[in-house]
Design a protein around this ligand. Structure first.
Ligand code: GLU
Length: 304
């Protein structure tokens, strides 16, 4: 049970852009341990909403790797590519509430508009959208859709700042309108954005606790804004430490992370456990997992 007696439902939500690596196993193990420590359910959701980036077969490979590591979901996995109707419904709700608008701008057009404003605004390589199409009232097919944030409205910036609590990182805040801008909900190529899909699915699956890698912490404020706009509850968040390579870069497929070798699952799990501050365990995989659940409870209790 989570706080206030709500049922605990957690999830691991890998994007099938390649097999699991040492970094993604940390998030998988942490979310599994947190669910066990709460006596809750643990789900796996394949986040293949960005179809052009997907690698065929990576989904099944990930599921096999989790299985080899003893991390078994409590219900059959779901695939985001089969859930577009839910995302479209949420987008329609936001359009009807006048909180989403169609955008025709290419990346180049956004860069040009920002240059004309004398602004160099970007965040993690993404340009902060200057709001060009906000009041244009575009209609038609093949349009991108953006969420109208509070930037540029009369609301004070304090009112637009999202405050949230991370169970590991502590108090966090972000002015989404100012720092991120009107973000994309659906791209012109028809793909729904990660932000929209993750918010809709976390609510539809009743996720009470999100445990995921720290590289995703920056998305949380955007997701809280979307939850508010759609009238959905906000789960508890815990962002786990990242695994870095010798150059100090976050392990990722782009930085050349190797696929997890699950012929030695305990070795892989021990490395992930160490990253989470848990004691390495020799012997049997099942007893290692059981020991880590107890240690997790001690480290993260009292937990919301
Ligand atoms: N699909 C995302 C990723 O693999 C994770 C999403 C999440 O946990 O919220 O990076």
């Amino acid at each position: 049970m989570g706080q206030g007696g709500i049922p605990y439902i957690g999830r691991f939500a890998p994007s099938p852009t390649g097999p699991l690596h040492a970094g993604s196993l940390v998030a998988a193990l942490a979310s599994w341990l947190d669910a066990q420590a709460h006596g809750g359910h643990w789900l796996v959701r394949i986040e293949d909403v960005d179809t052009p980036r997907g690698v065929p077969g990576a989904d099944h490979l990930i599921l096999q790797q989790l299985h080899a590591c003893g991390l078994q979901p409590d219900a059959p996995p779901v695939w985001q590519s089969q859930r577009s109707a839910l995302y479209q419904q949420a987008l329609v709700q936001l359009i009807e509430q006048h909180q989403a608008y169609a955008c025709l701008c290419s990346r180049k057009a956004i860069a040009t508009a920002l240059a004309a404003l004398g602004q160099q605004r970007h965040r993690h390589g993404e340009l902060v959208y200057p709001g060009t199409c906000r009041n244009a009232g575009h209609t038609g097919a093949s349009l991108a859709w953006r969420l109208r944030t509070e930037a540029g409205t009369e609301a004070s910036s304090e009112a637009c700042t999202v405050h949230w609590q991370d169970r590991r990182l502590g108090a966090q805040q972000q002015d989404v309108g100012e720092e991120v801008g009107d973000f994309v909900l659906k791209r012109a190529d028809g793909c729904f954005s990660y932000q929209l899909a993750v918010v809709v699915d976390d609510a539809a699956q009743g996720i009470s606790h999100v445990v995921r890698g720290e590289d995703l912490a920056d998305n949380t404020a955007r997701q809280i804004v979307l939850q508010g706009a759609l009238g959905l509850p906000t789960p508890y968040y815990l962002h786990t430490p990242l695994v870095r390579n010798a150059q100090g870069e976050k392990l990722s497929k782009q930085s050349g992370a190797k696929a997890l070798d699950t012929r030695e699952p305990l070795a892989a799990l021990n490395a992930a456990a160490r990253c989470l501050g848990l004691q390495p365990h020799s012997g049997h995989m099942g007893s290692a997992l059981a020991a880590w659940v107890l240690q997790w409870r001690a480290l993260y209790n009292p937990v919301p």
